[in-house]
Design a protein around this ligand. Structure first.
Ligand SMILES: *Cc1c(COP(=O)(O)O)cnc(C)c1O
Length: 366
């Protein structure tokens, strides 16, 4: 019989070496760590929607009768509902178990061992994590001091092993958008260009129309953030019909579960309520921005999404993050050399903004 050591040796080397992706901890875990009741925790580390899903979602989930049936592997109804929302043909749409699954499917379609993708830095962690799982590599190209993409350097970094570029617009964690001329310049390289528009509803800017001109463009969206469905996992990709067909045939057959489909359909029947909430979040973002800017030592970066990245005086990042945690305020800290004195806060409810601002005012030594 094999020992556990033998089994570990049999594991693929790139999986053995994998660095874990740190997602958001559950509320109870966060509360226990801080030693405070869960209902007093301020959780602004996952860019979640503070208003929750549309009230119609709970109703629709409760009324639905057919949870005993498998979902449609070809996503016919789902793709038609999504097509109406996006204004894109249903043949070009694939729904995923969160947009994370679409990142995974795209990389499994295109990226093999020894191959690479280009990503800007900083950006969303799942691109490099998923590339590593495929045995490939993500080559990070630093954006400039204002988090603008360095498109020239991204093109220079491409090799004959480069299959794709992944970027988010608005970018996570910096909140800025990529211009359509920057995206065009990347599209001209002929590589697969994946533009992750997870935060589209907060800014209204999209490169979807460029798809007519460039078959190598793929766009990702999600219902996790603007529609408050993060826990139900529903995202989507828009791509050329041939790519979509391949993706439909290779994905797990029932990847989007029935509850997610019911919730999505109910959400799309209630978009005016959801988009009013998006407006409230955007207004609160601007109020938070103004308050953060007034704290000596803090610089906040203009954001087009539902979060704000801010920098702290040099060397204070970790201490201030820990100080916030001990007050029951959980924001996102990135333990990387590039962002060691930065913290990202989601935009929450007004009283949460006020608590964050008050704690930071106490903690920052300007
Ligand atoms: C939150 C986030 C995602 C994940 O979306 P899911 O649909 O919940 O998987 C993808 N991309 C970016 C840039 C994000 O910030």
């Amino acid at each position: 019989m094999n020992s556990i050591e033998d089994l570990k040796d049999m594991m693929l080397p790139h999986i053995r070496r994998l660095k874990p992706y740190h997602g958001v901890d559950p509320m109870e875990v966060i509360a226990e760590r801080a030693g405070i009741p869960a209902d007093q925790v301020i959780r602004l580390n996952g860019n979640e929607n503070p208003y929750g899903p549309s009230p119609r979602v709970n109703e629709a989930l409760g009324n639905f009768k057919f949870y005993n049936h498998y979902t449609d592997p070809e996503q016919r109804k789902l793709r038609s509902v999504l097509s109406k929302y996006l204004g894109a043909p249903e043949e070009r749409i694939v729904a995923g178990n969160g947009s994370d699954e679409l990142i995974d499917l795209l990389l499994r379609m295109f990226l093999g061992p020894g191959e690479n993708i280009i990503i800007p830095s900083p950006t969303f962690g799942m691109y490099s994590f998923t590339a590593d799982i495929c045995g490939g590599e993500a080559i990070s190209v630093a954006s400039d001091e204002n988090f603008e993409l360095d498109v020239e350097a991204m093109v220079v970094a491409m090799t004959d092993k480069t299959k794709a570029v992944f970027l988010a617009s608005p970018n996570n964690p910096s909140g800025n958008i990529a211009s359509s001329s920057q995206i065009r310049a990347l599209l001209e390289t002929g590589r697969l260009i994946v533009v992750d528009e997870t935060y589209y509803e907060f800014c209204g800017q999209t490169v979807l129309p460029l798809m007519e001109e460039y078959p190598n463009l793929v766009i990702l969206r999600t219902f996790s953030k603007w529609a408050g469905l993060a826990g139900l996992r529903i995202g989507l990709g828009v791509m050329q019909e041939e790519l979509a067909q391949t993706m439909i045939s290779m994905k797990p057959p029932y990847n989007v579960n029935t509850a997610a489909e019911v919730a999505l359909t109910a959400s799309l029947e209630d978009t005016s309520v959801l988009l009013d909430r998006v407006k409230a979040i955007v207004a609160e973002r601007e109020r938070m921005m103004g308050l953060l800017q007034k704290i000596p030592g803090i610089k906040a970066w203009p954001s087009q999404a539902n979060f704000i990245l801010f920098s702290l005086p040099e060397g204070q990042g970790q201490r201030i993050f820990d100080g916030l945690c001990s007050r029951g305020i959980f924001l996102r800290y990135f333990d990387t050399p590039q962002l060691k004195d930065y913290i990202r806060s989601s935009v929450g409810l007004p009283h949460e903004t006020d608590a964050v601002v008050a704690a930071l005012t106490e903690l920052v030594e300007g």
